[in-house]
Design a protein around this ligand. Structure first.
Ligand SMILES: *Cc1c(COP(=O)(O)O)cnc(C)c1O
Length: 376
């Protein structure tokens, strides 16, 4: 575990459940990503963790931001980001949000449908727009399915229409799914984007930007490829398809930037069995699906645990949260094992929980308070 976080937990023993996040690690991750992809511009996906200390540190490092709502845009502006360093990346936006962003000076907007494009033409005239296309999410542990993006033929037609509507047809984006463990997913998507660039050039439209989205994985229980492997694969594919005429490259890391900077500390509320002979113990924590661990849905993201008894004999467990909803069961099928000595009152740590935890917490379901947050 990160020694700075370990010292904080030891010395302060903050009330649980809480997230402790080391902002220096966020900076280190930003620098690692820039080293892996020096030609890319980083637009941090604010939704992964919108805490002010993170946004402020990234602003000071020159990062740009991918925001999904007017409220996220406001958070970036409050952290000192310039409006032209903010991309309004949600393809589903309220008119009032488009208007507010446009008035605040945001110039870059995503879309994936004609009605959204018409909204942008009307409420953000002249904006730089990029169309999100559907791509395969195979290899992603948290896939984004078909909710966002459109088919290639539609994207081409809409980019032509964008120009006719007085917008600036700026580029194409995709998202290969979150916690994407295959570098090939990016290579396949880049090939698809390159064909759109070529076809639109023939139609007289010169696109200038490729937005590779997020997805860069972090280590939870299992090893994942290093960020350099993604950088090499991506830059190799860009060079193969675009040659010397490289467009601007945008990346939107969320998870990669903040996950391993954070540790959730929780208290074990109860360890019990359903029958005297049942080998499986149920371990109930004071944080669960509704306390912020939403990505345990379908046991998709499998966090690594630390306990005070690590190294002692272990046995199988089902891990659950404290609320009265049975959906608040975190892991039943993922073969978790925890020490036999674990008991109520122990403090445990969930590693690499800096992403997609704090803002996913419900408002006092069963009365439980949302997760406390400490940025150090
Ligand atoms: C969620 C999201 C991201 C960040 O994805 P990660 O997998 O956390 O890197 C980037 N871009 C868009 C458009 C998103 O919706």
């Amino acid at each position: 575990m990160n020694p700075k976080i370990a010292a904080y937990l030891r010395d302060r023993a903050p009330a649980t459940p809480c997230l402790v996040l080391d902002v220096d690690t966020v900076e280190a991750n930003y620098r690692r990503l820039m080293a892996a992809m020096p030609l890319a511009r980083v637009y941090y996906a604010v939704k992964a963790n919108p805490a002010a200390p993170i946004l402020e540190r990234l602003t000071s490092l020159g990062s740009a931001f991918d925001a999904a709502s007017w409220e996220e845009i406001e958070m970036c502006l409050e952290a000192g980001a310039r409006p032209d360093a903010i991309s309004f990346g949600n393809t589903v936006k309220k008119v009032s949000a488009i208007q507010a962003a446009h008035e605040a000076g945001v110039t870059m907007f995503a879309f994936d449908s004609e009605p959204e494009l018409l909204k942008l033409a009307r409420h953000a005239p002249g904006a730089r727009v990029y169309c999100r296309i559907l791509v395969e999410n195979k290899g992603a542990e948290w896939p984004l399915s078909r909710k966002f993006g459109c088919e290639v033929e539609m994207a081409k037609k809409l980019m032509v229409q964008a120009g006719e509507l007085g917008l600036d047809p700026y580029g194409i984006s995709f998202h290969v799914g979150s916690q994407q463990t295959s570098t090939g997913a990016y290579e396949a998507a880049i090939a698809r984007v390159a064909m759109i660039f070529t076809d639109l050039k023939e139609a007289g439209i010169n696109l200038r930007m490729v937005n590779l989205g997020g997805g860069y994985p972090v280590r939870y229980r299992a090893e994942v490829p290093e960020i350099d492997a993604f950088g090499d694969a991506i830059m190799g594919a860009m060079a193969a398809h675009f040659g010397n005429a490289l467009p601007e490259i945008v990346v939107e890391p969320g998870r990669f930037m903040v996950a391993d900077a954070g540790v959730v500390e929780a208290e074990v509320v109860l360890v019990s069995r359903k029958g005297e002979e049942d080998p499986v113990r149920w371990v109930y924590l004071d944080i669960g699906r509704f306390g912020g661990l939403a990505e345990t849905e379908g046991e998709a993201i499998r966090y690594a645990f630390r306990t005070p008894h690590d190294g002692d004999a272990e046995g199988p467990v089902t891990i659950a949260g404290p609320t009265c909803d049975s959906a608040d069961t975190l892991y039943e099928k993922s073969n978790y094992r925890l020490p036999l000595a674990l008991e109520g009152g122990d403090r445990v740590q969930l590693l690499s929980t800096g992403a997609y935890v704090t803002t996913y917490a419900a408002q006092r379901f069963n009365g439980f308070r949302p997760l406390a947050e400490h940025y150090i």
